[in-house]
Design a protein around this ligand. Structure first.
Ligand code: ATP
Ligand code: MG
Length: 260
């Protein structure tokens, strides 16, 4: 199954409706004198209209993979096709422009600007793209995530869950073609989590868009169209239409030592 993903994910031959295609992604970091490889040749494809989950144990490389796919980190080797562009061929300026106009990213650590209000943080992608922030959409998005009454609050005075909701409102108001969300519901209560997931699905399922969501929650993953499982920096399994129980047991199975 994984070899099928690998074969079809070659950016050079990927079907044109693929919003994300990665081939043989490797990523290493320097640790003192040593190079430590975190991603060991990951290949995958996400079609327009798809909501895809990425699961795996802590430290398996999920965030690193998202950064490489979103053009936030350069892979050590391998290729990424994102929204019709091969990232390694873009200049820094073109990459930055493409990210601003096409890509939304909800960081695991939220990445809010502490000196800006919630509403200003949500408006930021529009400002960075040189556009006038759509005030009504911003207010509406803050309402969707239950923060209408905290629009003027600054992140240091918000709870973890509230900060996470501002980060989500920011990407929902941006309505990017390709949306990455790294553990977007981790700090949310069940009801708010469901609401946020419904919003992510609404964006992912609209024409020409897609979303890739890292989650530890089997319920969130089971609600996605497809789930990719990472272990020790390699894609090891893919599920489609699986029940919450099957997702949970598959994830638990990944914690086991790799078979010889
Ligand atoms: N900039 C870096 N320099 C060195 N090592 C790094 C760097 N970023 C990540 N790593 C290492 O790469 C591995 C994978 O990290 P990553 O953040 O991708 O994991 P993850 O699957 O997202 O984990 P979690 O579920 O805890 O968020 C970890 O061992 C981490 O320590
Ligand atoms: Mg992570």
């Amino acid at each position: 199954m994984v070899s099928q993903i690998r074969e079809s994910a070659d950016p050079a031959t990927a079907p044109t409706d693929w919003a994300i295609a990665a081939q043989e992604l490797r990523k290493s970091y320097r640790a003192g004198q040593r190079e430590v490889e975190i991603l060991h040749g990951v290949s995958l494809g996400v079609r327009a209209g798809e909501l895809v989950a990425v699961m795996g144990p802590s430290g398996s490389g999920k965030s690193t993979l998202m950064y490489c796919l979103a053009g936030l980190e350069a892979p050590t080797s391998g290729r990424v096709l994102l929204a019709g562009q091969q990232l390694e061929r873009l200049s820094r300026a073109d990459l930055a422009r493409m990210r601003r106009s096409q890509v939304g990213f909800v960081f695991q650590s939220y990445n809010l600007i502490p000196t800006l209000t919630a509403a200003e943080n949500v408006a930021l992608p529009h400002l960075l793209a040189g556009n006038r922030p759509p005030a009504e959409l911003i207010a509406q998005t803050l309402e969707t995530v239950g923060l209408a009454d905290r629009a003027d609050a600054r992140p240091p005075s918000l709870s973890g869950g509230e900060q996470q909701r501002v980060a989500l409102a920011r990407v929902l108001a941006q309505q990017p073609a390709v949306l990455f969300a790294d553990e977007p519901t981790g700090a949310l209560d069940t009801r708010t989590g469901e609401l946020v997931l419904a919003e992510l699905a609404r964006i992912a399922h609209s024409p020409g868009r897609c979303a890739l969501v890292v989650t530890h929650d089997p319920k969130v993953a089971a609600a996605c169209d497809r789930i990719l499982f990472l272990r020790d920096g390699s894609l090891v399994q893919e599920l489609r239409g699986a029940s919450v129980e099957v997702v949970a047991s598959t994830l638990a199975g990944l914690g086991a030592p790799r078979e010889a």
